[in-house]
Design a protein around this ligand. Structure first.
Ligand SMILES: Nc1nc2c(c(=O)[nH]1)N[C@H]1C(S)=C(S)[C@@H](COP(=O)(O)OP(=O)(O)OC[C@H]3O[C@@H](n4cnc5c(=O)[nH]c(N)nc54)[C@H](O)[C@@H]3O)O[C@H]1N2
Ligand SMILES: Nc1nc2c(c(=O)[nH]1)N[C@H]1C(S)=C(S)[C@@H](COP(=O)(O)OP(=O)(O)OC[C@H]3O[C@@H](n4cnc5c(=O)[nH]c(N)nc54)[C@H](O)[C@@H]3O)O[C@H]1N2
Ligand code: SF4
Ligand SMILES: [Mo]
Length: 750
């Protein structure tokens, strides 16, 4: 579909209204830094007497470097981007600006808690750190003696995870996983790894700033607020780049696009194959590049011959002329073209193969290693603070996930399975430590997660907030927020290497402690002193910074330091030899290693289940003002968006007689009913076969005073998964819901 200028304006306006609380003229693309709504609120506080402290943001994992400003009373008044940071170019996204709400949230965890039984009722009692840490250490020792340290699993995300990972490895457990792999980026790393021999990694090495054509396939940059990427996309639009967005929903990005391909969900591989067909049949691919760097082009040519735009039309609902036209636009821009790999790519189970198709399309256009395409990233290796070698565990995440030959990190859902008692389980997990991940809202198949939690003998949760997961723990440890602690040096992979430091802005509130301290204290109790040979994490950072030719003293003043590249130029020179880290040393259009492991050497399209009569596909994505479930209770961000809505196409609204703001409940294909209700938003921006909602809402822990009961959790309705046979990713988008207008919980108490 080509959007006319008038309808584009209209759409942009609609998208702005959807961002709740933000001035109507504001769009996702200018909500950064100085323009941000929150920034306006704190403007009056900008005074010369403010002290600034170097930090990097933990509201999401882009890790923008920032300055936190405190007044004479030591109150945090403002957080702004560090102007020298290649991740944020001096501007934070609205979530980062509102990060101080994490510190101020009065619902925070305040003291260690230990599960106890009073008069037959399970409850928590406050405990001292001493008691809580002693209990954890004695339990861990016991499990190590009886089952081996491997039987204790670490499920983690974000900064606390790296400190605890060190503790676990020192103790002898590599039973570690995070949802940022099998519920997020895993398949794209596999798909690109198989094709170019290189992970995409974070941040993506996309030269968006200089691109002539950016193709987004379900990647909703602009709602997905990964900072510098959004800013570069905005610049690319100003510089006249063509944006092509493939999305069944009119995302903010789609509303900014010259071409919006409103694809039928779950059919992207067909589109990708037919784009390759056009490029090859019309001789538009980058011949010199493919000849020099490609492997298996002839097989690809044969393979895609049958996948004409006419064939794809019947599957994707995108007109053949639109497929041809967009393929020609990409070819005309090549090699300054990016088919974006996306990030949350666990969709339909064949995700590694879809990502491989995306990688191959980039290969045909020659964008890898070319300006306006993908650059060769570089980062600085931070030396490890000296400690003895880690012991070798007998088993760990690899063995648990061995069914998936291309898994390169722990698969959370497989660790969940290994926790469930079963006779043929060779790797039984007995205890969990969960840090910085709200598994209840993060993993699909909630019932299984809870079953595993019930099976696990001992569970510790390290969190800042009383999130759902904390309610299942035997011991809860309150971590202080990122504004109250030191953490690892941030070494960023970018066009140029850079480092940033996180220095405590204020003292920890309540009785909360940093994860580095928690890890060390448990480690000391487990007899692992040699792995924690320091009194304060400050010593570790200072030592590392000296090794890198700077110091903590200097870094406190500058926050960010950039370094010269050492690995060579950002892009390939014309005709330059280059070896890719694949078996053939080339870009693999045909993959013999996949054949050897019993997989298709080139992607094929397979049909996925369709919604049954009366059901709609459950589509979900990012709220620009929030990060997953973690920020919904944040007082600053909650004020901007306190609940999600259900996007419903007018056609569906007519059939079901639904009106905007009407309260409805959802029931999925497995008869799971949403705990809470959600308000309808009738909009043309979603296809008639799907409904859409923001992820992260619908909290059911009453301790979250602002977030409790607000909106519906997509996660609770994702009971069915399609598992990626290559790397174990859990495809989440094959769930269907029907819309209930009567309260199904009328006669039951929630
Ligand atoms: N249904 C559904 N599931 C999804 C997704 C989806 O879109 N829909 N997205 C997937 C993706 S892409 C990802 S990356 C994952 C994200 O998964 P998670 O990172 O698990 O997401 P959150 O739900 O935000 O949980 C973060 C937890 O960390 C806590 N926390 C925040 N800051 C700190 C801190 O400084 N220290 C400690 N100790 N804890 C902290 C928060 O209070 C919260 O409990 O979810 C995946 N799962
Ligand atoms: N504000 C904010 N930004 C974030 C985050 C956050 O929590 N909040 N989280 C960050 C993280 S960890 C991640 S992984 C990224 C995720 O962000 P992205 O990788 O950009 O997006 P996804 O969540 O995969 O995709 C959402 C889009 O896919 C579309 N879609 C659904 N089904 C299909 C389909 O079958 N085909 C196509 N082509 N499109 C489809 C949806 O309509 C929606 O627009 O966002 C990051 N940025
Ligand atoms: S993108 Fe936003 S939330 Fe994420 S680290 Fe940067 S400022 Fe923080
Ligand atoms: Mo993610």
């Amino acid at each position: 579909m080509i959007l006319m200028t008038t309808s584009r304006r209209k759409f942009i306006k609609i998208s702005a209204l959807g961002l709740g609380g933000v001035a109507a003229s504001t769009t996702a693309f200018n909500m950064f830094g100085a323009n941000s709504y929150l920034d306006e609120l704190v403007k009056e506080n900008v005074a010369k007497k403010f002290k600034r402290t170097a930090t990097y943001c933990e509201v999401c994992f882009w890790k923008c470097a920032a300055w936190a400003h405190t007044n004479e009373d030591g109150e945090i008044k403002k957080i702004i981007g560090n102007e020298n940071d290649p991740h944020c170019f001096g501007r934070l996204c609205p979530r980062g600006t509102g990060g101080v709400g994490m510190y101020n949230d009065e619902d925070r965890l305040k003291t260690p808690l230990i599960r106890t039984n009073i008069n037959g009722e399970e409850t928590y009692r406050e405990a001292s750190w001493e008691e809580a840490l002693d209990l954890i250490a004695s339990k861990f020792k016991g499990y190590k003696e009886t089952y081996g340290a491997e039987s204790i699993a670490l499920l983690k995300h974000g900064s606390p995870g790296s400190h605890l990972e060190h503790l676990f490895k020192a103790f002898g457990s590599d039973t570690i996983a995070e949802p940022a792999y099998a519920q997020c980026r895993g398949p794209r790393e596999t798909g690109f790894g198989l094709t170019f021999g290189s992970w995409i990694g974070s941040p993506e090495p996309t030269d968006i700033r200089d691109t002539k054509c950016l193709v987004l396939i379900g990647s909703h940059i602009g709602e997905n607020m990964h900072n510098s990427q959004v800013q570069e996309m905005s610049d690319a639009i100003d510089n006249g780049a063509t944006i092509i967005t493939v999305d069944p929903r009119l995302s903010t990005a789609a509303s900014k696009s010259e071409h919006w391909l409103a694809i039928k969900p779950a059919t992207d591989i067909a589109l990708l194959l037919s784009w390759m067909n056009v490029l090859i049949e019309e001789g538009l691919y980058n011949k010199n590049y493919v000849e020099k760097y490609g492997f298996g082009f002839d097989q690809l040519k044969d393979h895609v011959k049958q996948f004409t735009p006419e064939w794809a039309y019947g599957i994707t609902t995108i007109k053949p002329e639109e497929i041809r036209k967009t393929a020609r636009i990409m070819a005309a821009a090549a090699p300054s073209v990016i088919i974006h790999p996306g990030r949350h790519v666990v969709w339909y189970g064949d995700d590694s193969q879809r990502e491989r198709a995306i990688a191959m399309l980039n290969g045909l256009l020659g964008s890898w290693g070319n300006r306006g395409g993908f650059y060769f990233k570089e980062s600085l290796k931070v030396p490890k603070f000296p400690h003895p070698a880690y012991p070798e565990p007998k088993w760990g995440w690899k063995e648990i996930g061995e069914k998936y030959p291309y898994a390169e990190m722990g698969i959370t859902s497989e660790l969940v399975k290994a926790t469930l008692p079963s006779e043929d389980n060779e790797h039984p997990i007995k205890a969990w430590l969960v840090a910085g991940t709200n598994l209840i809202n993060t993993l699909p198949q909630r019932e299984k997660t809870i079953e595993a939690i019930n099976a696990v003998e001992f569970m510790v949760v390290v969190d800042t907030m009383p999130m759902e997961i904390t309610g299942y723990a035997d011991v809860v440890l309150p971590e202080c927020t990122y504004l109250e602690r030191y953490d690892d040096i941030r070494s960023a992979t970018n066009r140029i290497p850079s480092i940033a430091v996180r220095v405590p802005v204020v003292e920890p509130k309540y009785d909360s402690k940093p994860a580095w301290w928690i890890s060390k204290e448990i480690g000391e109790r487990l007899g692992l002193h040699d792995y924690f040979n320091y009194n304060d994490f400050e010593e570790v950072i200072d030592w590392q910074l000296h090794e890198l030719g700077t110091s903590l003293e200097e870094m406190k003043k500058v926050g960010v330091k950039v370094f010269d590249r050492k690995s060579g130029p950002l892009f390939l020179e014309e005709g330059q030899d280059h070896t890719f880290y694949t078996p053939s040393g080339k870009i693999e259009f045909y993959s013999q290693q996949l054949v050897n492991k019993g997989f298709d050497p080139m992607p094929v399209y397979t049909a996925h289940p369709e919604p049954p009569q009366g059901f709609y596909r459950l589509n979900y994505g990012r709220s620009p003002m929030h990060t997953f479930s973690r920020t919904i209770n944040n007082p600053n961000l909650n004020a901007l968006k306190s609940e999600n809505t259900l996007w419903v196409n007018p056609k569906v609204a007519r059939i079901l007689s639904l009106k905007t703001n009407q309260e409805v409940w959802l029931k999925n294909q497995d008869d799971v009913i949403s705990t809470f209700s959600i308000k309808v938003r009738v909009t043309e921006r979603v296809r008639w076969d799907s409904v859409y909602m923001y992820h992260g809402f619908g909290h059911n822990n009453e301790k979250l005073s602002r977030a409790f009961g607000k909106g519906v959790s997509d996660t609770e309705l994702i009971t069915k998964i399609a598992v990626d046979p290559l790397m174990g990713g859990t495809g989440l988008r094959g769930n269907f819901v029907s819309i209930l207008t009567e309260n199904p919980h009328k006669n039951t108490e929630i």
